[in-house]
Design a binder for this molecule. Structure first.
Ligand SMILES: [Zn+2]
Length: 463
């Protein structure tokens, strides 16, 4: 038996179902042994994890690195965004390849891989965003799934950006992906009512300021689009995934549809759980603009309940970093704010403090929300998403006692502000390991650029 490369000693190993004290032995980037009293040999590195948790690495299935959007490019590129992920205990992320109209999906995938592959510091995958539905696109679906991209995204808004999928496209894509084990993630908002309301509030944009962003997007615009997408999933038998769900009414709709047998899953993000739309009234309210935007406290409470009762199965971040200079382009017009915020770096510690620390979630439930469920639904399990022999050694040694005050200046992200500036956290990643290599320690990146790889994922992901 050749020696182990790394032993994580005496930590509390946490999976979605179990918690137990053990040593975890790593060899050649994989988990090789789980036992008590593993002994190191001459070249074995040892991490003392006594009193700490040993979590499977976080998986953020919703990230937009270096995304051209709103006349600028999101400020965390593939290199820095994956460094930030590592610092925050995330060892896998999924970004998007957005089809350009008149082009194939694979063109977008290849272009995105050329940007990402040499620069990523942890493993990543891609969803394919479908913007142009025709016979060629339809024929391409199976090819894209066979290539290792079984999950697609469609935007029910963004008409002017050329990204929007109308109901016919959504219906057709649900039908086609269902044949080959794919699923459709939707950005669900009602485009026509939204556009009408935006223009209505824009008439008095000086009066409303950044708060106009929230006035023009009431919760029913998300609810209605979710209900519509659920109907198309129901009648086609397609698998639907609601991305960045921000409303309580959305959670109710998903709950009812699931009872009814509709094949649907839902994701929410820390900002929808932890912030509300009062933030838009502040002096720098425009910084908080995302799409969809954060809603009301009752929405947050319903989403927390959804995480507990299974209406919402996944927490991801919709990371799309814009710094204060980029955000300043709004110049008083809420329609011109680049929508998005940093997030991948703070997801795991925020969900630990707020979910486990304040709301009594078990650590196992936390792991299911930020690692195991994403791995299963997105075709990466058990390579990712658990601590088991043969799985990739993507591991977070998490210190539940560590107290930290979040400050943008201490984070790896290129963002110069944080939506959670000044928040006090109890619990933070101490060491992040990606495929057996230590990539971050105490919130600082210590890994190698290019260490990450593109992940080919399997179809028929389910929970
Ligand atoms: Zn997004």
């Amino acid at each position: 038996m050749t020696e182990l490369d790394l032993i994580i000693k005496n930590g509390k190993v946490v999976t979605a179902s179990d918690t137990y004290v053990a040593d975890v032995g790593v060899r050649d980037g994989k988990i090789d042994t789980i036992a008590t009293n593993l002994s190191p040999e001459a070249d074995t590195k040892v991490i003392d994890a006594k009193g700490k948790y040993v979590f499977p690495g976080g998986i953020d299935v919703h990230v937009h690195l270096q995304l051209p959007f709103s006349g600028t490019i999101s400020a965390d590129d593939f290199e820095n965004g994956t460094k930030a992920a590592a610092c925050g205990g995330v060892t896998t992320l999924i970004d998007f390849a957005i089809q350009a109209k008149g082009h194939s999906i694979m063109d977008a995938v290849e272009a995105r891989r050329a940007e990402a592959d040499p620069n990523v510091c942890v493993d990543y995958g891609l969803h394919a965003a479908i913007t142009d539905w025709n016979e060629k696109t339809q024929a391409e679906i199976k090819q894209v799934i066979d290539y290792g991209i079984p999950t697609f995204k469609m935007f029910m808004i963004y008409k002017n950006e050329g990204w929007m999928a109308d109901d016919g496209m959504l219906f057709s894509a649900l039908e086609e992906t269902a044949k080959h084990g794919g699923h459709i993630g939707v950005h669900a908002e009602s485009v026509d009512v939204l556009d009408m309301l935006i223009e209505r509030y824009a008439k008095e944009k000086e009066k409303w300021g950044a708060y106009g962003h929230t006035l023009s997007r009431p919760d029913y615009t998300e609810e209605e689009a979710i209900l519509r997408a659920l109907k198309w999933a129901e009648v086609t038998g397609g698998q639907l995934y609601i991305v960045h769900m921000s409303t309580g009414a959305g959670a109710d709709a998903v709950h009812a549809a699931k009872e009814h047998g509709v094949n649907v899953y839902a994701e929410t993000c820390p900002q929808y759980l932890l912030l509300d739309d009062e933030v838009f009234k502040g002096e720098n309210g425009h910084l908080y603009a995302t799409c969809p935007q954060v809603k009301k406290p009752h929405d947050s409470e319903r989403l927390w309940k959804g995480l507990l009762n299974g209406d919402v199965q996944i927490v991801a971040t919709d990371t799309c970093t814009f710094d204060t200079k980029q955000k300043a382009a709004w110049n008083g017009d809420f329609r011109k704010i680049p929508f998005g915020m940093p997030g991948v770096e703070t997801m795991v510690p925020l969900m630990y403090t707020e979910g486990v620390g304040k709301r009594g979630f078990t650590v196992n439930h936390l792991v299911s929300l930020v690692s195991t469920n994403p791995a299963k639904l997105f075709g990466m399990y058990p390579k990712k998403g658990t601590i088991a022999i043969g799985s990739d050694a993507d591991i977070v040694v998490f210190d539940p006692e560590k107290k930290i005050t979040l400050k943008a200046e201490n984070l790896q992200t290129n963002c110069d502000w944080s939506p959670f500036e000044g928040w006090k956290l109890v619990g933070y990643p101490a060491v992040t390991i990606s495929k057996g290599e230590i990539v971050a320690e105490d919130g600082k990146f210590v890994g190698k650029v290019g260490h990450g790889e593109f992940l080919k994922r399997a179809p028929y992901g389910k929970l």
